[in-house]
Design a binder for this molecule. Structure first.
Ligand SMILES: [Zn+2]
Length: 172
């Protein structure tokens, strides 16, 4: 966001951090285009639903994604992802996984969570797509903003060096 627009945003009373230091540090590593959306999502969940949500995973490098992909394929661990490096929106800082923190414990978000519908409604109001809507592989804690891009298109930009000053793929 342009600094002037940022001031306007702040003037509207939007908070620039969340209740949670861990979440704040993960938001700082997201693609600049979704940092404010993520802040607003987490803060709305707190103010409107009285839920403390934490971003448990955000940006993940392509190398880290490939290591995750290998789990359960090159050894006997359980398989944790169907997605190779470069094909997850996490690899571009455009996806987050979210848990609820209650009494210092992490509560997994799934379709049984008591407030899942309200949480998803808030996320969608900021343009997030929800992994729980996926048909073949439900990923309930996962939210992403694609800006209309496929991961393969972002990978092409990445490989061709279409990056901003911070090293994130350029999104117009
Ligand atoms: Zn995810």
């Amino acid at each position: 966001m342009h600094p002037v627009a940022m001031v306007d945003y702040y003037m509207e009373g939007k908070k620039t951090e969340t209740w949670d230091k861990v979440t704040n540090s993960r938001i700082a590593l997201l693609h600049p285009k979704i940092r404010q959306h993520t802040l607003d999502f987490i803060n709305d969940a707190e103010s409107k639903l009285n839920l403390k949500l934490r971003v448990s995973d955000g940006y993940r490098s392509i190398e880290e994604q490939n290591k995750l992909y290998d789990k359960g394929r090159v050894n006997s661990d359980p398989i944790v992802t169907k997605v190779k490096g470069g094909y997850s929106f996490h690899n571009y800082g455009l996806a987050i996984d979210v848990v609820e923190i209650l009494d210092n414990k992490a509560i997994f978000l799934d379709d049984k969570h008591r407030k899942i519908k309200e949480i998803v409604d808030i996320a969608k109001s900021y343009g997030f797509l929800w992994g729980g809507d996926w048909i073949t592989f439900k990923d309930y804690p996962h939210f992403e903003i694609t800006f209309g891009y496929k991961a393969s298109e972002l990978l092409k930009k990445y490989n061709e060096g279409e990056l901003d000053d911070e090293g994130y793929v350029n999104i117009s």
